[in-house]
Every structure is written in C-alpha cells, then in structure tokens.
Design a protein around this ligand. Sequence first.
Ligand SMILES: C[S@@+](CC[C@H](N)C(=O)[O-])C[C@H]1O[C@@H](n2cnc3c(N)ncnc32)[C@H](O)[C@@H]1O
Length: 441
Amino acid sequence: MARQRLPMRAVAAQVLQAVSDGQSLAQALPTGLAQVAESERSQLQALCYGTCRWYHRLNAELKSRLHKPLKKGDRITVPLILVALFQIRHSRQADYAVVNETVEAGRSLGKPHLAGLINAILRAALREGEPEPANDADRLSHPEWMTEKLRHNWPERWQAILEGNNDQGPMTLRVNARQQSREDYLKALGEVGITAIATPFAEQGIQLERPCSVDQLPGFDIGAVSVQDEAAQLCTQLLDLHPGQRVLDACAAPGGKTCAILETAEDLQVVALDQSDERMVRVRENLDRLQVDAQLLTADAAQLEHWWDGQPFDRILLDVPCSASGVVRRHPDIKLLRREEDIPALADIQLNLLEQLWTTLKPGGRLVYATCSVFPQENHRIIQRFMKAHADAALTMPDLAWGLDTGAGRQLFPERGSHDGFFYACLTRIDHPSANQATSS
Ligand SMILES: C[S@@+](CC[C@H](N)C(=O)[O-])C[C@H]1O[C@@H](n2cnc3c(N)ncnc32)[C@H](O)[C@@H]1O
C-alpha cells in the first residue's frame, strides 16, 4: 500500500528538528523537499528558512506559553508549533487555518494526545498577541552568546548587524567579463523584463530588484553570469591579477571565487584546492558551466607535503573556513548551528592555514585572506597575530571605497538591500624583512 504523504507543515517540523540536532538546512531540506508535492516545495522552503530566522524569538514565546516541559518523545511538537507561530507572526496565512492544520499535522506525526496542548498554545498566541521579548537576544532573534559577542566587538554597530541578519539578502549576479560587459548584460536583463542595477563596489556586479530563478537569466546555462554576493566578488579586485600568474585558490569549493578569478584575466594558471571531495564536484560543475579550467586538487591545504609541488604562487586567495556570521541572512540556520566555542577553534585553524600557505607564496607575491565573518577573532586579530610573527609580511591594502579599515584589513558588515558581511586583508611577501612597513589605507 502506498504510504500517505505527511502534511507539509509536519515535514517542515522534521526538517527543523534535524537542524536543531545539528544538520544544516542545506543538508536537511532536500529530504523534506522530496516528501512534498512539487507545488508545496517553495512554501516548505520559505517556512523552514523563516522559522530558522525567527527561531530564537518564537522559541522564547513558546517557552513562555508552555507551563511544563514536553516529554523527550514529544519534542517534534516544538518545531511544529514554532512553524505555526512563524506563520501567525510573519505571514498572511488565515490564523485559524494555521491552528487547525497544526493540530492535524500533530496527529499525523503520531501525537494525537498533544492536540489539546497545540490548540491551546496557538489560540492563546492569537488571542493575546506577541509577548514583549525579555532581552535583546530574543528581540533580535539570535543566540545570546552571538548577541553579546557582537555587542562587545562592535558597540556602535551590533544592533544594525543583528537587524540586517533578519532581512533576506538581495540576489546579486557577477557578469562574466570574458563574455560581455556589465552594461550589455543589464540591457539583456531589461529585454526580458528583469529590473536590475549595477553594484557600487564590485565592477562586474548586478543586483536584481527581485530574486528570480536562474533559468530566467539570459545565458546562465552558458556561463554569462553567476550568482554571487557583491562582497564575495571583491576578492578579484584585491588579488591584482595579471596574465601568466600562477594563482592558488586554497579553500576553493564550491568554486564561486575560482570562477571569478578565471573570468578576470586570461592565461592564469589556477590551482583550486579544497579538502572536501563532495564539494570539489561543485567546483568542476561551475567551471564547466563557465567554460573555464583550473587544476583541481583535493587535500588539506595545511599539509603541504600532500599537494604542493614546490612551485611558488604569485597570488593566493585564502578564503578560510569560518563562522559565516556575515551571511546569516542567507543561512539563518547558522543561528542554531554555531556555538561560542567554535570561534576560537576556527581561529586556530585559520591562523594555521595562513602560516602554512605563506611559505608557498613567491617573494613579492600577494596573499588575500578572506572570511564571511563579522567576528574580529577570525578577521583582523588573525592578521595582527600573523604580522607579529612574520617580519616578511607587509599589509598592502589598496585604496578602497568600501568597508571599515580595522588597521589590519577591511571589514564589511551586512548591509540592508546590499552586500553581505565579509573581511579581507592583503598581505605581500617582502624580500627583505628589514624593509617591512605596514601600509594600510
Ligand atoms: C568559505 S568556504 C570557501 C568558499 C569558496 N572560496 C567560494 O567562494 O566558493 C571554505 C572551504 O574551505 C574548505 N576547507 C576547510 N578546511 C580546509 C583545509 N584544511 N584545506 C582545504 N580546504 C579546506 C571547506 O571544505 C570549504 O569548502
């Protein structure tokens, strides 16, 4: 007998339970999407993303309405009610339909004994309205540690960062300069009725007024454009690429920046390295779509003996693994997945990668250190620690119209209706360490 489909909101609860248990949305959502009708897929995705985005605030409300804790075996009821609260607080769905459907979804998940509880909590939520959040973390819907860390690190900006994380970032494209100019592509978009503007900082960037499916973008399948945030696109301007250079993209997968590098100058010898086999497949797919090529290597970048042939690089992009705290608006599950203790552990990995890869850079060569983090521990403090121990490293930031000068690299914050949070530092390896003078602008 064919198994009956679970209601979509029950599937959403299962996806969110998996995220609470440590899976990313990117891992958990495909299983959920496969369980619902095609017509429900975009709504399932919106419910999962939206509930993660508002998870901490909704959960604070749920806790205030639950008078005793649920039994361990009933914990699927928590995400189920959070999905309903998300709809009540943030969507136009008819309120009482949400209550009834949630009670039904609880039954389909084998929890008929909780129908009364679900019904009572949601009806009280409708009747009484949203309670006043008890603190800033609940109000801005972030974990407390993240809220306090940002307040401490950026006393003037923490609130704007957290508010920005609750927005949805715009859809931004990078025009493949090898195929056409940005102006020509803007015209091509206009011809198919897509409204867009040129980005202010990234030379090849175009920001769409409204997101759309990539199938609607002229020439997407033949590599005319790629989807990439404006902040991520800035790496090529910092690398100062010239034909003939040997370039290492050290943490390359899924290859967004590898492709941007290959589009910037002809005749580059690019080595794209990543330790993840699975993610390397994505690099190959992206290169193929753009009809460009690089040498792909799968290895731990810090273990030079496993991958380096001893030929130094003119340019290195080191886009290290990080907390991704600058891209929370695109990946709201980060709020649930990341822990405070991850940050010092990531900082150790980042500094070690920088130390190891420095030795593969040519004297006179440039290394661009990048993260999509807004925590100084992963950003300018790494550069400061590195500079202290390396007399042959000079900070050589060009004049830039974007970001905040930290004195050891440039910090971008997620901006409403604009780019993500990012950090960049340019380091040049000098021949004669005694001539080391840090120049930052
Ligand atoms: C921020 S992502 C890179 C994004 C990529 N540069 C892009 O623009 O598409 C970080 C990458 O570092 C890789 N990584 C983490 N530790 C690594 C290591 N020790 N050696 C090589 N790659 C590593 C991860 O697999 C992940 O793909």
